[in-house]
Design a protein around this ligand. Structure first.
Ligand code: AMP
Length: 396
């Protein structure tokens, strides 16, 4: 039986794909097509023969997927020989409707379309990816895996905002949370590394990439998470503000005459580390700090302070914590972020081992042996998780 799944992550002007062996997680090929609809495109494809590049213009998502299929034909591996089991699509927003992956049909496309107002930046692009993949792979089962699904276990007291109740009932305004496939993957890995059953462990997981969020995971179920109705709430991110007094919006509108769209754009793409220090790439931020840049230093401190506040809050939510897990680009690679955000929490049983933290070993353990709370560094793998969930669904 073949276990290969083509995982597609369609953005507004990009299409990312990975061909994953769902059992082992091996990515036998992957690629990225960028600048769709612009005058010059850019495609990379990595297969058995190494990486190839091309800069032909790509007019649409359909052309992008055709270019990916061509790359498989020219550079391998052959999709025909592999006999794909399914196509798995990352879909950002599943609203309150989807707590699990779903087989895609016309009704599902209509339902995801209805959710566009909740995720106007993401769901339309995800839908475009689904539509073209259904056209180009008409005989393959296609599965939608939602970023929000893992957090559908949040209890009402965690997902309800204290606003007029009809906002939730009539407009779906509540916390949904995101990065769900990452949490699902990392929580499973953490339990394995602790040698415990996932159902028995309490975890605080910190997904720190370009987008950043935290989740409290109790027995494998998300009980609290920092992103909200949209991915804007919570931790400081590369370009997003995270938590902010909601009255700032009114102030900017009244005092500066800004439109809602201008405010939205400023908070989503000009804030966070970029807004504070002019730089959203964490490696570049570290370089600026190293050269004595005061703004970069402040940005780093705001970023870590926010993480610490969430760790404390989620500790309180969970009552007991077996492990704190760092994942995604910054979480996995920045020893300084881990050390600074957990500094001073020794009374909570959190003790980093500086030598382990500086260069985590394969087991990912960076806390001391006698610490009550294990601190783990675990690389996330959202593509593998999507492939696994898609295969599980189509195999029944
Ligand atoms: P992700 O969204 O998971 O790909 O993470 C992207 C973020 O991780 C960017 O801010 C990168 O600068 C950051 N990152 C990647 N590698 C490193 C590294 N070695 N040290 C610090 N930050 C890193």
């Amino acid at each position: 039986m073949n276990d290969y799944v083509l995982v597609i992550n369609a953005g507004s002007s990009s299409l990312k794909y990975s061909l994953i062996h769902a059992e082992s997680g091996e990515a036998v090929a992957d690629g990225l097509i960028e600048r769709i609809g612009e005058s010059g495109g850019h495609q990379t494809h990595r297969g058995p023969d190494g990486e190839t590049e091309n800069s032909d213009a790509i007019a649409s998502h359909e052309d992008a997927l055709r270019a990916a299929i061509d790359a498989f034909e020219t550079h391998g591996p052959s999709l025909d020989d592999l006999e794909l089991a399914a196509v798995g699509h990352r879909v950002v927003h599943g609203g309150s409707k989807f707590a699990k992956p779903v087989l895609i049909d016309d009704a599902l496309v209509a339902e995801v379309t209805e959710l566009v107002p909740l995720a106007p930046l993401h769901n339309p692009a995800n839908l475009e990816g689904i539509k073209v993949a259904r056209r180009l792979f008409p005989d393959l089962p296609q599965v939608a895996v939602f970023d929000t699904a893992f957090h559908q276990t949040l209890p009402p007291h965690a997902y309800t905002y204290a606003v007029p109740s009809e906002w939730l009932e009539e407009h779906g305004i509540r916390r949904y949370g995101f990065h769900g496939t990452s949490y699902s993957f990392v929580a499973g890995q953490a339990a394995q590394r602790l040698g415990r059953d996932l159902a028995e462990v309490n975890l605080i997981v910190l997904h720190l990439g370009n987008g950043c969020s935290a989740a409290a995971v109790q027995g494998g179920r998300s009980v609290e998470t920092s992103m909200g109705m949209t991915p804007l709430e919570g931790l400081v991110m590369g370009t997003r503000s995270g938590d902010l007094d909601p009255a700032v919006h009114g102030h900017l509108a009244r005092e500066l005459g800004w439109s809602i769209d201008e405010i939205d754009k400023a908070l989503n793409s000009k804030s966070g580390l970029k807004g504070l220090a002019g730089e959203n790439d964490f490696r570049e931020l570290s370089r600026l700090r190293g050269s004595g840049d005061a703004k970069a230093q402040l940005a780093f401190e705001v970023y870590c302070h926010r993480i610490k506040k969430y760790v404390g809050a989620y500790y309180a939510v969970l009552g007991t914590v077996d492990a704190i897990v760092f994942t995604a680009g910054v979480g996995q690679h920045s020893a300084e972020v881990r050390a600074t955000s957990l500094q001073g929490l020794e009374r909570l049983g959190i003790h980093l081992d500086p030598v382990r933290n500086a260069d985590p070993a394969d087991d990912g353990l960076v806390s001391t042996d006698d610490a009550d709370v294990a601190v783990l560094v675990i690389p996330t793998n959202e593509e593998w998780e999507i492939a696994r969930q898609a295969l599980d669904l189509v195999r029944g």
